[in-house]
Design a binder for this molecule. Structure first.
Ligand SMILES: C[S@@+](CC[C@H](N)C(=O)[O-])C[C@H]1O[C@@H](n2cnc3c(N)ncnc32)[C@H](O)[C@@H]1O
Length: 191
């Protein structure tokens, strides 16, 4: 998230599935006014505590609720979702991301950072009882956003070196989707 948004001009941001608020705090520290939503009251309580500790409460609004509908009405310059995955078999990831996309202002960005593949040490993926992890190209296809309205800025998988639970080096694959909503065209009519 930091790599991809560092060059965007700060404005308003909405984050869906903010967890304990690390991304939202990062954005607020760089001048964004952020609304961040999560289902978990515990995560939101912790996020609010960090925001208060860092003196960011006036730039950060944390909301307990589900998806973009939990945020106040309106559009945002950046709408982001990082690792919005769940073990729930019926988790409506794509509908949640579509609703998030609906809240992007003209000229603004949608950023989706995801697990593009299971960690090499994990077992059980693909057995029908674990999250279906898809490459960003496939998620973009499932989102089925209007091609005339959206510019594809980044659609790629980035590899990240980590240490696995047994202390060995391992590589994770992060999906990155950065899409820009084209500004509405102003109709110029003859007087
Ligand atoms: C894997 S965590 C990722 C947290 C954070 N974005 C990060 O990158 O560390 C997924 C988060 O999504 C939240 N979540 C799941 N379904 C949600 C929904 N419908 N609306 C809002 N948040 C949701 C969970 O409570 C959890 O905090």
């Amino acid at each position: 998230m930091a790599d991809v948004t560092a060059d965007l001009e700060a404005g308003t941001a909405l984050e869906i599935g903010c967890g304990e608020g690390a991304d939202a705090v990062w954005l607020a520290e760089r001048g964004w006014r952020v609304t961040a939503v999560d289902l978990s009251p515990t995560a939101i309580r912790r996020a609010r505590a960090v925001a208060a500790e860092r003196g960011l409460s006036d730039r950060l609004s944390f909301v307990v609720g589900s998806g973009a509908d939990a945020a106040p009405p309106g559009t945002f310059d950046l709408v982001s979702a990082s690792f919005l995955h769940s073990w729930d078999e019926d988790f409506p990831r794509i509908p949640l991301l579509r609703a998030a996309a609906d809240r992007v202002a003209g000229g603004g960005h949608l950023l989706v950072v995801s697990h593009a593949a299971a960690p090499p040490w994990s077992t059980g993926h693909g057995d029908g009882h674990t999250p279906r992890l898809l490459p960003p190209e496939e998620e973009l296809r499932l989102l089925a956003l209007d091609p005339d309205a959206w510019e594809h800025v980044l659609v790629e998988t980035r590899r990240r070196e980590v240490t696995d639970p047994d202390g060995r080096p391992a590589t994770l694959e992060d999906g990155i989707l950065l899409l820009r909503r084209r500004p509405e065209r102003t109709q110029i009519t003859d007087a």
